[in-house]
Write a protein that binds this ligand. Structure first.
Ligand code: ACM
Length: 268
């Protein structure tokens, strides 16, 4: 069994030190194997422009904030999947970090940028991957990646048991859709959304909360309220995600007919 969870909260735009402290305080007494945080939980989301995103982003390798999260992982002996505004040379990515007691395990850079994110960030350039955490295969995707079923399918084909999904959702469709993503791939998904608003000179964005954990048969194990803090944990058996039989004669992955899916692998 694996104890997994998430922390739904309300970051303050631009106040990285305060947001890190909010997270560290909330997780200080948690006993878990994996905790998921929202997308961009330290910088906030609604950047005015690329210069602002770049100014708030950091290189995880030298970031004191990341080091304090790694220290927390060591202290509490757990793994964190967290959104992160990542600076690398002249690029800036909307990323997710897998952190553990041993340090930075993997960086995922959001492949599908949502709306104005295309003005602020570079699109992800690292292949989807899974990593073993305490016997479970962990994949990462970020928020709007939900609308591309290819992402969860690729992670499932790579062997993911659990998809960790930091989010800053503004549309209302994702939570319900993730039930289908879990049914069709036979996986768990942990979607950690934020709540509250980013009120900026260019306008306001409201985030929808309702973070959730879904089991392989599309069973909703928990969904948070829309506008409330929620530090939630539950024990799951990742082995449930290894049974891909839907009926005696149907395997979710082995029954695919990729020779008929050629358009999927071409850009428009
Ligand atoms: C989103 O991808 N943050 C909507």
């Amino acid at each position: 069994m694996l104890r997994v969870g998430y922390y739904q909260f309300k970051p303050q735009f631009g106040d990285v030190a305060k947001n890190i402290q909010t997270v560290i305080k909330a997780l200080r007494t948690v006993t878990a194997d994996i905790i998921v945080l929202p997308e961009l939980p330290f910088t906030g989301y609604y950047f005015a422009n690329r210069a602002e995103a770049t100014a708030l982003a950091e290189d995880p390798a030298t970031s004191p904030q990341v080091q304090s999260l790694i220290d927390l992982c060591k202290d509490r002996d757990f793994y964190l999947v967290t959104g992160f505004a990542e600076k690398k040379a002249d690029k800036v990515f909307n990323s997710a970090l897998l952190l553990g007691p041993e340090g930075l395990v993997h960086t995922y850079r959001k492949l599908h940028l949502f709306n104005e994110e295309k003005l602020w960030f570079d699109a992800g350039d690292i292949p989807l991957a899974v990593h073993n955490v305490r016997g479970a295969q962990i994949g990462m995707m970020i928020c709007f990646d939900w609308v591309f079923p290819e992402v969860t399918r690729t992670l499932a084909l790579l062997g993911a048991d659990i998809v960790c999904h930091p989010a800053n959702l503004v549309l209302s469709y994702c939570q319900q859709t993730m039930l289908s993503r879990c049914i069709e791939n036979g996986i768990f998904a942990i979607t950690c959304n934020r709540f509250g608003m980013d009120k900026r000179p260019q306008g306001e964005l409201k985030f929808t909360g309702k973070s959730q954990i879904v089991a392989p048969k599309g069973v909703l194990l928990h969904r948070s309220r829309s506008q409330a803090h929620d530090l939630f944990q539950i024990d799951i058996d990742p082995a449930q995600a290894r049974d891909k039989q839907l009926t005696a004669h149907n395997s979710l992955l082995a029954d695919r007919r990729p020779e008929f899916y050629a358009p999927l692998c071409k850009s428009l």
